[in-house]
Design a protein around this ligand. Structure first.
Ligand SMILES: Nc1nc2c(ncn2[C@@H]2O[C@H](COP(=O)(O)OP(=O)(O)O)[C@@H](O)[C@H]2O)c(=O)[nH]1
Ligand SMILES: [Mg+2]
Ligand SMILES: [Zn+2]
Length: 369
C-alpha cells in the first residue's frame, strides 16, 4: 500500500489526494430533490410506489407508478424496497416517475429456485418486512410441518420474526401443531373464519383475527403458505376493501387467481402493511448455510452443541449428536418418532437434492420471478 504521508514539509513534494477524496465529476448529482417511497407492487417493469408524502400526488393517495432509471443497473428491486423517485410524481393516469435509488435493505426474504435451469439460484422476494406470517390450515389442505420448518428457516435467514397462523380451526383441532411449535418459541395464533359469509364484517370478526391484528399492527408482514390455506380470506378480514380473490384455484393453471398472482403490499388500517403472496407449493432455502438452517430449529441447535467440531449434521456423518438424540435409549415410540421427524426435516433442508417432494409448477414459479 502506498503511503500518502511523505513525512516531509518540503512544498515541492505534492501529496496527491487519495481516490476517495477526488471529486466525482462523472457521477450524476445525488438527486437531492428526490421523493421517497416504498414499492408496493411490480407489474412488468412498472413499479407501484407509495410515497411517504402522500399529499404530493394529485389525489392525495400517495400512489404513483415509476420505471427504473437506467443508472440503477440490473439489480433487482422488490416489493418493500424503499426507493427514491424523481420526475412526475403526480400519480395521474399514464404518468411515470423515475426510480433513481434503492435504499439499503433492513431485512430481505429470499428463496431459491429448486428445479429447472435456475435451480439453486437465489432470488430476493420482499425487502424490509418485519414478520413472516406462516399460514397453515389445520385441515383442507392438511398441514405440512416440513413446509413450516422451511419457512422458519427463511424467516430467520431474512432477519424476520415468524408468526405461525393456523387457519380453519373450525375443521380440526389446532392443538397438535401448536404443541409442536410453541416450545420452539414460535409465536402462534389459530383462526377460524366463516367462509360462507359474504359480509365482510362477520368475517372480520372471525376468531383469531384480533390476535393476528395485534401482532402485525404497525409492522410489515409477508403472508406465505400453500394455495388454499386461507391467506387471502384472512387478509380480507384484516384489511377492509382489500378484495383479495379467494376460493378454489386450479393448481395446475393457476387460473382464477388474478389479483392473487402478484405480490402486493396493502396498507393496514391503523398503520402497517401486509403483503399477500401467491400460493407457492415450495419455497427453496438452499441458499441458507447449514449454520443458519440450524437457527430455524432451536431445539436441535441445542442438541447440536454436543456435536464434534465442524460437524455437518448430515445424514450418516460420524458422531452427530442429533443421531444420539433421536436414538436415545428409553424413549417411548411417540417421542422417538417426533425427534426423528425433526431431525429428518432439518436434514432435508441441508440437502436440497432430497427435496423433490414438492416441485413448483412452472406457472406458479413465474409469479415469483
Ligand atoms: N372452513 C374454513 N374455510 C376457510 C377458512 N378460511 C378460509 N377458508 C376457505 O378456504 C379456501 C381458500 O381460501 P383462500 O383465502 O383463497 O386461500 P389462499 O389461497 O391461501 O389465499 C376458500 O374457499 C375459503 O373460503 C376458515 O377459517 N375455515
Ligand atoms: Mg390467495
Ligand atoms: Zn452434528
Amino acid at each position: 500500500m502506498a503511503r500518502r504521508d511523505t513525512g516531509t514539509d518540503d512544498p515541492r513534494v505534492r501529496v496527491r489526494p487519495g481516490k476517495g477524496s477526488r471529486p466525482r465529476t462523472k457521477q450524476r448529482p445525488a438527486h437531492a430533490d428526490a421523493h421517497h417511497g416504498t414499492v408496493t407492487r411490480i407489474d412488468r417493469g412498472h413499479y407501484r410506489i407509495h410515497l411517504e408524502r402522500a399529499a404530493l400526488t394529485e389525489d392525495g393517495s400517495g400512489d404513483i407508478t415509476a420505471m427504473k432509471a437506467r443508472e440503477l443497473g440490473r439489480g433487482k428491486v422488490v416489493v418493500g424496497d424503499r426507493v427514491a423517485v424523481v420526475g412526475d410524481v403526480s400519480g395521474r393516469k399514464d404518468t411515470l416517475a423515475r426510480m433513481v435509488r434503492v435504499e439499503q435493505r433492513r431485512t430481505l426474504l429470499r428463496r431459491s429456485a429448486e428445479d429447472g435451469d435456475a435451480a439453486g439460484t437465489e432470488r430476493p422476494v420482499v425487502a424490509n418486512a418485519d414478520l413472516l406470517v406462516i399460514v397453515t390450515s389445520v385441515a383442507s389442505p392438511e398441514p405440512r410441518p416440513r413446509m413450516i420448518d422451511r419457512y422458519l428457516v427463511a424467516a430467520y435467514d431474512a432477519g424476520m420474526e415468524p408468526l405461525l397462523v393456523l387457519t380453519k380451526s373450525d375443521l380440526a383441532d389446532a392443538a397438535g401443531l401448536l404443541a409442536l411449535y410453541e416450545p420452539l418459541g414460535v409465536r402462534s395464533v389459530s383462526t377460524r373464519l366463516d367462509p360462507s359469509s359474504r359480509a365482510e364484517a362477520s368475517r372480520a370478526r372471525g376468531d383469531g383475527v384480533e390476535a393476528v391484528r395485534e401482532v402485525i399492527g404497525g409492522r410489515t408482514s409477508v403472508f406465505v403458505g400453500h394455495s388454499g390455506v386461507g391467506k387471502s380470506t384472512l387478509i380480507n378480514a384484516l384489511v377492509p376493501g382489500a378484495d383479495r380473490v379467494t376460493g378454489h384455484v386450479n393448481e395446475v393453471t393457476g387460473r382464477g387467481r388474478h389479483t392473487s398472482t402478484n405480490l402486493q403490499a396493502l396498507e393496514l388500517p391503523g398503520g402497517g402493511w401486509v403483503i399477500d403472496t401467491p400460493g407457492v407449493r415450495s419455497f427453496g432455502v438452499s441458499h441458507v448455510s447449514s449454520t443458519d438452517v440450524l437457527r430455524g430449529f432451536p431445539d436441535l441447535a441445542e442438541v447440536a452443541e454436543d456435536c464434534p467440531r465442524g460437524c455437518t449434521h448430515e445424514q450418516g456423518v460420524l458422531d452427530c449428536a442429533l443421531d444420539a438424540w433421536w436414538g436415545a435409549a428409553g424413549l417411548d415410540g411417540a417421542e422417538r418418532g417426533l425427534r426423528r421427524s425433526r431431525v429428518d426435516s432439518f436434514r432435508r433442508l441441508l440437502a436440497p437434492s432430497l427435496e423433490a417432494e414438492d416441485p413448483v409448477p412452472s406457472t406458479h414459479r413465474k409469479e415469483w420471478e
